[in-house]
Ligand binder design. Structure first.
Ligand code: FAD
Length: 461
């Protein structure tokens, strides 16, 4: 059997082997991984996905689930002549339930499409991040995407009421049926959330939506040192339920400003910037926030600051943080996305700062993060003088130190980007050998032939 046999159950416009398509659909945002695939297919229904899995089992062909390809760990990259299964044509919103407050979607619905649909219905879907315009809801579930509102609303996991999946055995399972309460044994839905497409395909999902936040205000503050980044966080969080608390460095800001679309609203140059967002829960919230801002000035925790006066200004402040990934992308950054407990953030960041200065003296390191939930993104920009291989080798050497430090803090080597291919060699720094073995055994139950996204997260034993 060959690729062309798929014509038995797919239309010609649902199959491609063009070099251009293989290049586009074979990779995610990790541009340095070499891709190799036998073709890409575009199913339009759960039943077609099931037929593909049954075909793949019979033909011993591995399959790679592909969403919006905004992943940053190589989990959607085909490297071993797999067949890529793209959810691009399964992009319909199926139903809104105004009593359950749920939206049922096909897996290829774009995250922003779900956000906009919820808004049209007068509600809010709170999982949000810079790739919202390209990532798929299926990909969000497979990576348990977090983003900028985790502090208040949690991760994708918190919003998934039910999913329909096709396992690696070819079974179609409806998991949880959108029940709020369901105490009937293992919640298999949760296993698929964050599984990076290794157990099977998510073909549909039902998401909970919530009430829209009342007017949001954003503070942008310039800060002298890391201790104060944390002091400000604690002072604000104690009194106001924050929707976001983000931090970025002067170097990260410089990359964004270099693009020429935005201006720095602060006049004083500072090594660190924090962005604080909160909702006007009551008439006194703004007075409380201004009081806290003054306290921070009095204590010299803040060097300079600005408060958004309009929704547009709030958006522009956010872009200073959200455009970092895009503005650094041309420098082929080597990325680490790590986390520690919030209570360990100060100690961890201080050690990390030392490590980065001593180990990367010649590299430009851009760091920023969702400090409010202990998550930091570290991006090392590739110097033009180094080849990709030389650059990667140097980065991997420092990874060893970094991950040892994370293990000491009992943190995670991947906070929200997943393990995929790039973090696979380091999984043991966060997960014990016993845990990894149990994960392998769980995979075998769902995917006995090892054909669903093989070699991602861990290798077979
Ligand atoms: C600029 C930028 C900013 C980002 N910011 C954040 C952030 O703040 N927080 C965050 O968590 N992530 C962030 N990301 C990472 C990325 O956007 C998320 O991981 C996102 O959820 C990936 O969705 P996707 O559809 O692009 O998935 P893909 O990259 O296509 O795939 C990711 C994984 O999901 C699997 N998969 C995809 N669809 C399915 C399916 N239907 N069934 C089973 N498995 C499937 C793939 O096999 C792969 O393992 C960012 C990315 C970019 C480019």
């Amino acid at each position: 059997m060959s690729f062309s046999d798929l014509k038995n159950f797919l239309r010609p416009d649902q199959m491609s082997q063009s070099p251009q398509d293989l290049e586009i659909y074979g990779k995610d945002w990790t541009k340095h991984i070499l891709t190799r695939s036998i073709g890409v297919v575009f199913p339009t229904s759960t039943e077609q996905v099931r037929d593909l899995v049954l075909w793949a089992r019979e033909n011993k062909t591995a399959l790679v689930p592909s969403g919006g390809r905004t992943g940053m760990s190589g989990a959607a990259v085909a490297t071993k002549s797999e067949l890529i299964v793209s959810f691009e044509k399964m992009n319909k919103i199926l139903e809104f339930n105004s009593i359950d407050l749920t939206v049922q979607c096909q897996a290829g619905v774009i995250t922003e499409q779900l956000q906009n649909f919820a808004k049209e219905k007068g509600y809010y879907y709170p999982v949000d991040f810079a790739a919202r315009g390209s990532s798929h809801v299926g990909g969000n579930i497979a990576t348990n995407a977090g983003g900028i509102k985790v502090l208040r609303y949690g991760l994708t996991r918190n919003w998934v009421a039910g999913i329909k999946v096709v396992t690696g055995q070819g079974q179609i399972l409806n998991l949880n049926n959108s029940l709020v309460k369901n105490a009937t044994g293992y919640d298999l839905r949760q296993l698929f959330i964050g599984s990076e497409g290794t157990l099977g395909f998510i073909t549909e999902a039902t998401f909970t939506v919530t009430h829209s936040p009342k007017d949001l205000t954003v503070f942008l503050l310039g800060v002298e040192n890391l201790d104060n980044v944390l002091n400000i966080f604690q002072a604000f969080r104690r009194e106001i339920p924050l929707t976001a608390y983000e931090m970025f460095t002067d170097k990260a800001l410089a990359c964004v400003l270099k693009q020429g679309h935005l201006k720095n609203p602060l006049s004083a140059a500072c090594p660190f910037y924090v962005l604080i967002e909160f909702e006007h829960e009551s008439e006194t919230t703004m007075d409380q926030a201004m009081g806290l801002f003054e306290l921070c000035l009095e204590k010299n925790w803040v060097v300079d600051g600005s408060v958004s006066q309009t929704a547009q200004q709030a958006k522009d402040f956010w872009r200073l943080r959200e455009d970092i990934s895009e503005s650094t992308a041309p420098h082929q950054p080597y990325k680490n996305d790590i986390s520690v407990r919030v209570s360990d953030v100060t100690a961890f960041l201080t050690e990390l700062n030392q490590l980065l200065t001593t180990e990367y003296p010649d590299f430009e390191v851009i760091w920023f993060g969702h400090i409010g939930d202990g998550n930091l993104h570290i991006n090392i920009l590739k110097p033009p003088s180094l080849s990709s291989t030389e650059f990667l080798n140097k980065c991997h050497k420092v990874d060893q130190h970094l991950f040892e430090m994370i293990a000491r803090f009992k943190g995670s080597i991947s906070a929200e980007h997943g393990v995929g291919l790039t973090k696979k060699p380091y999984l043991e720094y966060t997960r014990s050998a016993e845990e990894i073995q149990i994960m392998r055994e769980i995979k075998k139950v769902f995917d006995p032939d090892g054909i669903i996204n093989p070699g991602k997260i861990f290798d077979p034993a």
